[in-house]
Design a protein around this ligand. Structure first.
Ligand code: SAM
Length: 234
């Protein structure tokens, strides 16, 4: 067997501080902005010359929270209700023998200052601090295949929950709107996808979503997710 040693070329700065709530695929929460911070020695303009001409990029990254965790041959994709097993290589699960992920994201702009190069993206399904090991341009003639079939993941998941905000939560969002203009949209789009594990749907339970600098408390009644309160993370 050949082993490889790759280094981190960039780090992700994302609004998602914990795994719970992160969309299960890129592009599902369009407002999930993130920044790719190029790391030395790749914080040199030459490495990204002409990249701004591409509207989308592929990120190849490491599921760093799963490094060293035990891996099984089969996994239970949430798309199959969480109780049917498929081979790990027939899935996009983060629990894999080599914990590597691939995501297509929208490239909004590139900012360059002194030794800093930042790629501003949206539609990310990535944890804050995720190490990126490669970036490639999305090339539509090769990467988009008309008529491709995708077994159990053929359609984009629909929004499952309506999202309502308590007066308290709405007031808080207004108070921080200037610094966090996308807070409401990110919460709304994230919760509408129903991030609860497929096999645990507890009506009484209060859930916590950690986004930006906040803990968002929410619960579900029937098909409505209610945002109860939002607090600054300490
Ligand atoms: N688009 C990628 C792919 O297909 O390889 C990722 C799909 S994977 C199903 C998405 C999930 O990975 C997210 O919902 C989150 O739970 C998890 N995730 C994202 N970043 C991670 C990280 N750095 N370490 C561990 N898990 C992560």
């Amino acid at each position: 067997m050949t082993d490889f040693n790759f280094n981190t070329i960039a780090l992700i700065r994302s609004c998602y501080n914990e795994k719970f709530g992160i969309p299960r695929q890129s592009g599902l929460v369009e407002n999930a902005d993130a920044v790719i911070e190029m790391q030395a020695p790749y914080n040199d303009e030459d490495f990204i010359r002409e990249l701004e001409g591409f509207s989308h990029i592929w990120l190849i990254f490491v599921f760093h929270q799963h490094i060293g965790k035990p891996v099984k041959a089969t996994v239970r994709p949430p798309r199959l209700g969480g109780n049917q097993r498929v081979g790990v290589f027939a899935s996009r699960s983060p629990f894999r023998p080599n914990p590597i992920g691939i995501s297509v994201v929208k490239l909004n702009k590139i900012s360059k200052n002194d030794n800093t190069i930042e790629l501003h993206i949206s539609g990310a399904d990535l944890l804050n601090g995720t190490p990126v090991i490669d970036i490639k341009p999305y090339v539509s003639y090769a990467d988009s295949i008309a008529g491709a079939s995708s077994s159990y993941a053929s359609d984009k998941p629909e929004a499952k929950l309506e999202v309502s905000f308590s007066a308290l939560a709405s007031q808080y969002i207004n108070e921080v709107r200037e610094q966090y203009p996308k807070l409401r949209d990110v919460i709304q789009q994230t919760l509408s996808l129903d991030p609860r594990p497929a096999y645990i749907k507890d009506r009484e339970k209060h859930y916590g979503l950690s986004v930006f600098d906040f803990n968002v408390q929410w619960r579900v009644e029937d098909t409505v997710a209610e945002v109860i309160r939002i607090e600054k993370l300490t």
